[in-house]
Design a protein around this ligand. Structure first.
Ligand SMILES: Nc1ncnc2c1ncn2[C@@H]1O[C@H](COP(=O)(O)OP(=O)(O)OP(=O)(O)O)[C@@H](O)[C@H]1O
Ligand SMILES: [Mg+2]
Length: 312
């Protein structure tokens, strides 16, 4: 039904208003607002008038199937888990249905959302393809498949297993991921088998980078791994972009940001930057979702703005 998709799009693009769109498209008699409140499709004539206008605002970029994005960096502590959690929250608040996958045996993402692994976790479905991923609802539109140390234990078991780089992809394929708009995979701080499983399952990778020397050094390797996984699996895995995290206003950070932009001129670097702000650690310490803790936090607002860059 086209009206459901329009409804979702308008929730995401809060700056658009219905009467403005009706005017721009030349639709008379409040047909769009009536169709939205009655949950009935627009007539073919009105739909044809409206579609090009909606496309000008990025309607065509709405994923039809879940878009799967891995949040990657083999450097530890550079905001991968925070990005997965807060971007997930922000997307869900815009009406997008999101599945977060905890691919890290540290289980930080699962801990932030206080999700128990008792009824199943990523490791179970990776070992047994017939086991559906345990999708736990943590907020409206927001789901997580949890993990704990068991994931580390099965990594060695997987070393000799058949199709050991494609286990997560297979698990996602039998799960009804078409129900979701986005799947966000929180990777561990390594480029080993678990991260390779995540990238193999993904359409793209978002690389979080704290603009400091040690975090910038490994970027070549990360891009090579992403490109090699694409090559060897016969498909393209895109780099969604580099996201600067925990950014501080000082010359060191400014210098490293410039270095990254200059060195990786052919890679998208998101305009949105995530500032270092104490709201993040406070919310995580209190086991609260950042938007519930402080919806006007600069970090919450920045992750919300990042959605527009991902969708456009
Ligand atoms: N924007 C931010 N402002 C302040 N603190 C932040 C921010 N983003 C993350 N942090 C804090 O920095 C620490 C590391 O962040 P996070 O756990 O997201 O990194 P990670 O890359 O997932 O780490 P790991 O590689 O260990 O999985 C956490 O304590 C988190 O609370
Ligand atoms: Mg993490």
């Amino acid at each position: 039904m086209n009206i459901d998709k329009i409804d979702k799009f308008l929730k995401m693009k809060s700056s658009l208003n219905v009467s403005g769109l009706e005017k721009e498209a030349g639709i008379k008699g409040r047909a769009l607002s009536i169709a939205l409140s009655d949950k009935k499709d627009l007539s073919e004539k009105n739909w044809q008038k409206l579609l090009p206008i909606l496309n000008n605002y990025g309607f065509g970029n709405l994923p039809n199937k879940a878009k799967i994005i891995s949040i990657v960096n083999n450097k530890g502590g550079v905001g991968k888990t925070t990005t997965t959690a807060v971007l997930g929250e922000a997307m869900a608040r815009r009406g997008l249905k999101v599945l977060m996958v905890d691919m890290d045996s540290q289980g930080n993402l699962s801990q932030i959302f206080e999700v128990s692994t008792e009824n199943g976790q990523v490791a179970d479905s990776m070992l047994d393809i017939d086991l559906l991923l345990n999708q736990v609802e943590v907020n409206e539109n927001l789901y997580i498949v949890p993990s704990d140390l068991k994931l580390q234990k099965i990594e060695s078991e997987l070393l000799t297993a058949i199709s050991n780089q494609h286990r997560l992809s297979a698990a996602l394929n039998i799960t009804l991921i078409e129900n979701y708009d986005f799947v966000l995979i929180d990777c561990p701080p390594s480029l080993g088998l678990l991260t390779q499983n995540a990238i193999n399952a993904s359409h793209s990778c978002l690389v979080t980078v704290q603009p400091e020397s040690s975090a910038v050094v490994g970027l070549d390797t990360i891009f090579k791994v992403i490109s090699d996984i694409g090559k060897y699996s016969g498909r393209n895995v895109a780099v969604e972009g580099i996201l600067f995290t925990m950014v501080e206003k000082n010359m060191v950070h400014d210098g490293f940001k410039k270095f990254v932009r200059d060195t990786y001129a052919n890679v998208k670097v998101f305009k949105t930057e995530i500032k270092k702000n104490v709201d993040v650690s406070k919310a995580q310490a209190m086991k609260e979702q950042l938007f519930n803790f402080k919806s006007k936090s600069v970090v919450a607002i920045a992750y919300d703005e990042l959605i527009d860059e991902i969708l456009n």
